[in-house]
Ligand binder design. Structure first.
Ligand SMILES: [Zn+2]
Length: 333
């Protein structure tokens, strides 16, 4: 049993309360490898932004949960080395699907866990979420729950049919489970293909797909029912067209990839939405940078020569998200 407090991590409680009151959101970036973690920490340290490091099921399978946890411990020390005196870093389990998994993360030093029982019937979602909350709170670990079903595919989380969160359920759910934050479904979606072309319109000037707007009416209903309660948005990458273009111009094939426009995320960040998950955008940044090197320098075979530029591109993206979309810069001096 290791407490996250001993390794310099923090939970989300105070972070979210400040973000809701201050009208900004905390970035939750997924990480799978060293270059990605370096880019996240460099971007957060430079902008003095609180940050959530997320470990998904795919990351656990790919890199190993224990290794990722020790990398997060190293990240705290690395942040201090970069001159960030009081780093506010959360290590969060993304889409936990069982009590046992959540417990194992609490026990090994995660400071926050998500239990995603949103695919279960309502009462079963409540029972499982409450079981995780009761355990996690004994160790002051915060818990994110989910109500409503997101569309799209993210690692091994996928759903064919999505439905919006029902505002009439949120008070009952939050009260009975005791969860610390709630992931809701208002039209965001996992992955780089968030919408089918037939769900979108096309911009006549650029020929690009324009996705349907987020259901801000549902968000506002939820805010009215649970004033000040921390709300989380999953599936909130914006799929920057510049990366899609670089990928496609350098031998890639990503036709009609489309995400959530940044203006809508900026608007959401000003509300009770205090955590915005970003994963696909950093995959795109990394892929664009690597493809460019391979295309322009076919003789290159030192991984540092293509993973280095990939790291720089991810860092640029993270800083852009922190400063221009979430507004969390300067909130962790
Ligand atoms: Zn998610």
């Amino acid at each position: 049993m290791v407490s996250y407090k001993e390794i310099g991590l923090v939970n989300t409680r105070e972070m979210f309360a400040k973000a809701v009151a201050g009208g900004y959101a905390i970035p939750a970036f997924n990480f799978n490898n060293m270059e990605q973690l370096q880019a996240i920490i460099q971007a957060s340290a430079e902008t003095k932004s609180p940050v959530i490091l997320q470990v998904s099921k795919g990351a656990r399978n790919y890199a190993n949960q224990t290794l990722l946890r020790y990398m997060a411990e190293g990240a705290v020390q690395y942040a201090k080395e970069l001159g960030w005196e009081h780093p506010q870093i959360v290590l969060h389990l993304d889409h936990g699907d069982s009590f046992e998994l959540c417990k194992s993360c609490v026990d090994m030093g995660f400071s926050s866990v998500m239990i995603d029982a949103s695919s279960l019937p309502y009462e079963e979602n409540i029972a499982l979420t409450k079981q995780v909350v009761d355990y996690a709170h004994k160790y002051d670990v915060t818990v994110e729950a989910e109500l409503g079903v997101l569309a799209g595919v993210e690692d091994e989380v996928s759903a064919e049919e999505s439905h919006y969160t029902r505002p009439e359920e949120v008070i009952d759910f939050a009260t009975r489970t005791g969860c610390d934050s709630l992931a809701i479904s208002i039209g965001t979606s996992h992955g780089a293909y968030k919408f089918k072309p037939e769900q979108c319109t096309r911009d006549p000037k650029t020929g690009r797909l324009v996705p349907p707007p987020l259901a801000f009416d549902v968000l506002h209903e939820i805010e009215k029912k649970l004033p000040g309660f921390p709300i989380v948005l999953h599936g909130s990458s914006s799929v920057p067209q510049e990366y899609v273009d670089i990928i496609n111009a350098n031998g890639g094939k990503l036709p009609d990839a489309v995400g959530i426009p940044e203006e809508q995320l900026r608007e959401a960040a000003k509300s009770a939405v205090c955590k915005i998950n970003i994963d696909s955008d950093s995959r795109l940044a990394m892929t664009a940078a690597v493809r460019k090197v391979f295309n322009e320098k076919p003789g290159e075979f030192d991984p540092r020569k293509y993973l280095g530029p990939a790291r720089d591109e991810m860092k640029k993206l993270y800083i852009h998200k922190i400063v221009n979309v979430l507004g969390s810069n300067g909130k962790a001096e």
